[in-house]
Structure formats: C-alpha cells, structure tokens
Design a protein around this ligand. Structure first.
Ligand code: 5GP
Ligand code: ZN
Length: 113
C-alpha cells in the first residue's frame, strides 16, 4: 500500500469509478478522464508501486508492455498505430505516483521529434 492516498489505488479498489478496458490478475487498464487523443488508456499494476526505472519492478514492467498489444487490439488501433508513454517527475507533468503507461491513438498523433 502507498504511504499516502493514491488515486489509482482508489480506482482499483472501486472507490472512484472508471471505464475499464482490460484486467488480469496483475494489471488494470481504464480510460483516461482527460484524453489527449481519440483513444487514451492508462495501464497500471494492481499493486501500488512507484518509479518505472527501478529494477525491482522489471517483471511487472514487462507485463505492462505486453498488455499494450492486447489493449491496442481491443481498442481496434493495433494496425493503425499508437504511442506508449511513461511520465516521470515534475517536468514530464506526472501527477500520479503509481506506475502507469499511457496508451494513446485512434488518430494521427503529433510527431515528438
Ligand atoms: P500522469 O500525468 O501522472 O502521467 O497521468 C495521470 C493521468 O491520470 C492523467 O492523464 C489524468 O488525466 C488521469 N486522471 C486524473 N484523475 C483521473 C480520474 O479520476 N480518473 C481517470 N480515469 N483518470 C484520471
Ligand atoms: Zn497506488
């Protein structure tokens, strides 16, 4: 459990409603409340954990990445393409300190380079 209140833990616990897209024993995925593209899903581990760069999370990080294929197929954007983002820290705009991937697509996305 997190040391302080965590929005995503509350979503997993059902205290805050969401639109679920995918779930298995370790992973939960739901629509972002403020989508930046036509499709915008957040993919999170069910257990609270912070810092996607920490080696101790390597297994679940692999599982999260593998789930993007399944979720993109569910969203019907597997062939059209999509982007996977992990924000880390203040300058990235990260607001929730529970590991999460943003999966966005459903339309052409702005180039990032
Ligand atoms: P971060 O900026 O930390 O990488 O991403 C957090 C994401 O959570 C943001 O894209 C934000 O729109 C989303 N978010 C914030 N509050 C809620 C909420 O109550 N429900 C859902 N579904 N998404 C939320
Ligand atoms: Zn959490």
């Amino acid at each position: 459990m997190p040391t302080k209140e965590c929005l995503f833990c509350e979503i997993i616990e059902g205290k805050i409603p969401c639109t679920k897209i995918f779930e298995n024993e370790k992973i939960f995925a739901f629509n972002d409340i403020k989508p930046v593209a036509k499709k915008h899903v957040l993919i999170i581990p069910k257990k609270h954990m912070e810092n996607a760069g920490d080696r101790k999370h390597i297994k679940i990080l692999g599982e999260l990445m593998l789930s993007t294929n399944i979720i993109a197929k569910k969203l019907d954007i597997f062939n059209s393409g999509y982007r996977i983002i992990n924000n880390q820290g203040k300058d990235s705009g990260q607001i929730v300190d529970h590991i999460h991937l943003h999966l966005i697509g459903g339309e052409p996305l702005k180039e990032i380079n």
